[in-house]
Design a binder for this molecule. Structure first.
Ligand code: UD1
Length: 348
């Protein structure tokens, strides 16, 4: 198959290009090398077309003969200030819309898109008395008092976390999250209107070799690694007991390949979302412990009790739909992958 891959020079894109080629697909790599994801000065990766998806119409010749577009190019992370909003709207919303239009003009009708667990907002919660509950954003006075867990909106009892499934209500809580929901909605609308088919992959916390170093847009694994390299203790926020699902970049690349292959057989007008996760939830404190334990001599993690206002408490996911419908199951457990991550090379 011929696959046009956007974001091909990035952390997940590089692993995905390797995985696609590894099973015999032809890859047309495209990347805009945006400064937030690539250190300056950038050396253009060999063979990558340095192009911006917002101008996809201008380079639509590259779409000729393409079977599937795998769209990973995006502004990532939580953003620094609200002044980042236009960056998310431009690269993610407009970029996806422009790419989908150019695809239709070129007769390409299969689309796989990188989404994120951030579309869920908070994960799934259950009250022992009142069943499933959707907590509102946490209150500053609670966080200041060290009360990090969500309470039941009906009785105040502590809510327990559960694995979120793809039919959960979407509740984006940042500019990045809003742009990821928009991308999914554009993909679904395009599939219906163009008689095409689309898959959105909701990646959970991705880590592994080639992860960008600590930037305001980095996830926590890169922040912990960068602290260790600088001889500083990883700072664990809240009480460290917040849950996430850490999924290795090689597994994410395999999920992308599975989706690219599956989308060909999907019926016209279909759009389906899948969690891409390990299915093995861990606390953030355990993430810090696993990474530092694998590098003897590293300062031990410190639980700071600080918090970031925009953070959600727990998000963990069910891998069941991806397993049943894409045949994708993660192979690298957090124990093994995070220990390896202590020594994996990062990107500048
Ligand atoms: C992260 C990404 C999000 C992505 C998602 C799925 C960022 C900022 N967030 O969301 O964009 O879609 O994974 O891949 O890239 N923490 C510490 N110490 C630190 C930094 C963070 O303890 O130095 C804690 C945070 O308070 C939070 C947890 O680690 O509880 C995870 O943080 P982070 O990786 O930044 O964000 P996610 O919400 O998991």
């Amino acid at each position: 198959m011929k696959v046009l891959l956007t974001g091909a020079a990035g952390f997940i894109g590089t692993a995905t290009a390797t995985a696609l080629r590894g099973v015999g697909h032809e890859v047309v790599p495209v990347d805009a090398l945006v400064p937030q994801a690539h250190a300056r000065p950038v050396t253009e990766p060999e063979g990558v077309h340095v192009l911006d998806v917002r101008q996809a119409r201008d380079w639509s010749g590259l779409l000729s003969g393409v079977d599937v577009v795998c769209h990973l190019a995006a502004m990532v992370g939580a953003g620094v200030t609200v002044c980042d909003l236009p960056l998310y709207a431009a690269h993610n919303d407009l970029g996806t819309a422009a790419l989908l239009a150019a695809m239709s003009e070129s007769g390409v009708s299969r689309f796989v898109q990188a989404s994120s667990m951030v579309v869920y907002g908070e994960g799934r919660y259950r009250c022992p008395a009142h069943g499933d509950q959707s907590p509102a954003p946490r209150r500053v006075e609670h966080l200041d008092a060290g009360l990090f867990d969500n309470g039941c909106p009906l009785c105040g009892r502590l809510l327990g976390w559960e694995a979120v499934t793809e039919d959960a209500v979407l509740d984006p809580r940042s500019s990045y999250a809003s742009s990821k929901v928009a991308q999914e909605h554009y993909a679904a609308a395009w599939a219906r209107q163009a008689g095409a088919s689309a898959i959105s992959l909701r990646y959970h916390n991705v880590y592994g070799p080639g992860m960008p170093r600590d930037t305001p847009y980095s996830g926590v694994a890169a922040i912990f690694r960068s602290a260790m390299e600088a001889g500083r203790a990883p700072l664990v926020f809240e009480d460290g007991l917040q849950m996430r699902d850490f999924v290795h970049v090689e597994d994410v690349a395999r999920a992308n390949v599975a989706a690219v292959e599956a989308v060909l057989g999907r019926h016209r007008g279909s759009h389906t979302a899948y969690n891409v996760c390990s299915g093995q939830p861990v606390t953030i404190l355990d993430v810090a412990r696993m990474v530092t334990a694998a590098a003897p001599g590293s300062p031990l993690p410190v639980v700071s009790g600080d918090y970031r206002l925009g953070d959600v408490r727990h998000v963990v996911a069910s891998p069941a739909r991806a397993s049943a419908e894409l045949g994708f199951t993660a192979r690298i457990s957090p124990e093994i992958g995070l220990a390896r991550f202590a020594r994996d090379p990062l990107r500048a």
